[in-house]
Design a protein around this ligand. Sequence first.
Ligand SMILES: Cc1ncc(CN)c(N)n1
Length: 227
Amino acid sequence: MLTDKLIQDVEPIIEEIYYDDFIQGLIRGDIEKSSVIHYLQADALYLDEFAKIYAMLIAKADSRETVKYLLGQMEFLFDGESEAHETLARSVDMPYEEIIEAGEWYPSADHYIKHMYYNVYAKENIAFTFSAMAPCPYVYKKIAQMVLERNTFENDHPYRSWFEFYNDDMDDTVDVMFDIINRESGNMTQKDITVLRKNFIQSTEHEKRFFNMAAIKERWMEVGVNA
Ligand SMILES: Cc1ncc(CN)c(N)n1
């Protein structure tokens, strides 16, 4: 199956994400508050846009089942994932709404979402966009699983429930995306299959950059637009 290859392709990147500063800071529980805030500001914007990409895929879906899946995922993003964000907001002792008010499209998050939009606009088959979107649930599931297998957390660890959320709640999202990628790739040329593989690898690298963006509090260079 193609998705077995995709999983193999990105294994080294996922191992790097595990050892990068953001995830290690969450594991130790001593990540800088400003990094958590930076992450939440970027991620709130990212998830809203991710939901809109699901909406755009509805028009391209070729079965009711896929439409229902896409609608369910939009609802999950708006309701379910806010639980994970609330855990992070609690850890920095600030109301979530106040944190995200100052959100901006920082460079790495900006690049990542545009990678997905390119596939929506340039490619008719939804498998192209799904190959760019699938690392979103896949990487979080995989990282959460690795973290919980390799570490023991006290009950009052501030980020334990963040890892538990992504360990428990990502399977359905990943499975359906993988099913569609496998099914559609069965009728594709080798050249298009290579595009699917590259999309998946690139989005996994975007996930790494997104966490790193928060760790270093990445910003655009300031230029005077009002001068
Ligand atoms: C950037 C990013 N990637 C993935 C996820 C998990 N849905 C997330 N919340 N944010």
